[in-house]
Design a protein around this ligand. Structure first.
Ligand code: HEC
Length: 353
């Protein structure tokens, strides 16, 4: 396997990287999910505040403005649109949109068959209204869509005719005030029925900037994660090299040299047990190993020294024996025997004299 051929440091780095990458991936998915949800909550809450505010405006117009203006509707030539809640909501929101901060917010009483054509539901809103029509239990729809060339979040609620009084102006042109026909004509905004869903009140909140800020937070956090993890990997690698790999390398080299011949002084230097003093002082497993190694190296060294001494002694003995043998060889010769005899004779003669 390739794994077996890798160095310890590389293996560790690889392993840690794998752990960190999967860690970052998993936390990244969770973080992205959480940030996305947070961003969406932020968008929804903005939309909700505006929607409720607009409904309060609707209510105010309905209860406080409308009664004052209703008597004028039959008398005036032109319809007084200010008496209509939908109109005030739309106008107030348009004023809000003049503020650059709310430029991309939008509110619409999107109606399938509107009195005022600016309230006409577009294709998307028509689908929303149709879904509300199909399911009367459906009270709200929300999601993202493209509007003004931007991604926006929408919240939509069904627009329903709940009061009989609405039908005066929205059932047939004959029943409606003259001023309404004068202003809006008799083709749109009629034929509505009681309890019918006529459209979808929809609020749009720009989502791009909020989502972008969520993405930025995501990138920042992941960037910090990556930085910290990279620093951790480097640090662990450094510590590993310092406290594990380095001593092991010394021991491995020593073992290698011991297994070879230590006669030459260079190698003998590398086998010096003193090299392991630092490791041997440690209390951990490597320290234990270092001490064993130190003892072993010392043992091998001593034994070798003893062996050398014995060889030296043996050599002296051999030299001695050789000399004796050479002497014997000389003394054993006839010539030497005769010489010795003659010497003896000479000595005895000398003593007789
Ligand atoms: C006096 C006549 C009158 C009455 C009563 C009336 N409306 Fe309207 N309604 C109008 C007119 C006119 C408009 C268009 C106003 C504008 O220019 O935006 C309108 C607009 C609307 C709109 C916006 C969509 C569109 O058609 O342009 C909705 C929704 C609506 N009315 C619902 C209702 C409901 C619900 C009631 C009953 C609570 C009601 N109306 C009662 C006259 C009336």
């Amino acid at each position: 396997m390739i794994m077996n051929n890798l160095k310890l440091g590389t293996k560790f780095t690889l392993f840690l990287s794998l752990v960190f990458i999967s860690g970052i991936f998993i936390s990244g998915v969770a973080l992205s999910e959480a940030l996305q949800r947070k961003a969406q909550e932020q968008i929804v809450s903005k939309g909700m505040v505006l929607l409720e505010t607009m409904n309060s405006v609707r209510n105010y117009t309905n209860t406080q403005v409308n009664p004052l203006l209703t008597p004028l509707l039959d008398r005036e030539e032109e319809f007084i649109a200010e008496s209509i809640p939908s109109y005030s909501v739309r106008e107030i929101f348009e004023k809000l949109r003049q503020n650059p901060d709310y430029n991309n917010f939008f509110h619409k009483d999107a109606t399938l068959n509107p009195t005022n054509l600016r309230d006409k539901a577009d294709e998307f809103e028509t689908q929303l209204a149709k879904r509300f029509r199909q399911d009367s239990n459906l009270k709200e729809l929300s999601g993202f869509r493209e509007l003004f060339g931007e991604k926006v979040f929408y919240i939509a609620r069904p627009l329903a005719i709940k009061e009989e009084s609405c039908l005066r102006c929205h059932s047939t042109p004959d029943a409606a005030p003259k001023s309404q026909i004068n202003t809006y004509g008799s083709e749109h905004g009629f034929g509505w029925k009681l309890n019918e869903i006529i459209g979808a009140q929809t609020i749009y909140v720009p989502a791009e900037s909020v989502l972008e800020s969520a993405r930025r937070s995501f990138s920042l956090v992941i960037g910090i994660f990556l930085g910290v993890f990279a620093a951790i990997i480097l640090l662990i690698n450094f510590l590993l090299k310092q406290s594990v790999i380095q001593p092991i390398r010394i021991m491995a080299r020593m073992a290698e040299k011991i297994s070879e011949n230590t006669a030459d002084s260079d190698k003998a230097q590398e086998c010096n047990p003193q090299n392991l003093t630092k490791v041997a002082r440690r209390g951990d497993e490597l320290g234990q190993m270092g001490r064993v190694f130190q003892r072993m190296a010392q043992e091998v060294r001593d034994r070798e020294q003893r062996l050398k001494q014995q060889v030296r002694e043996l050599r002296i003995e051999i030299d001695h024996a050789k000399k004796q043998k050479q002497v014997a060889e000389i003394t054993d010769t006839d010539f030497f025997q005769q010489l010795e005899k003659r010497a003896k004779k000479l000595r005895t003669r000398n003593s007789e004299d």
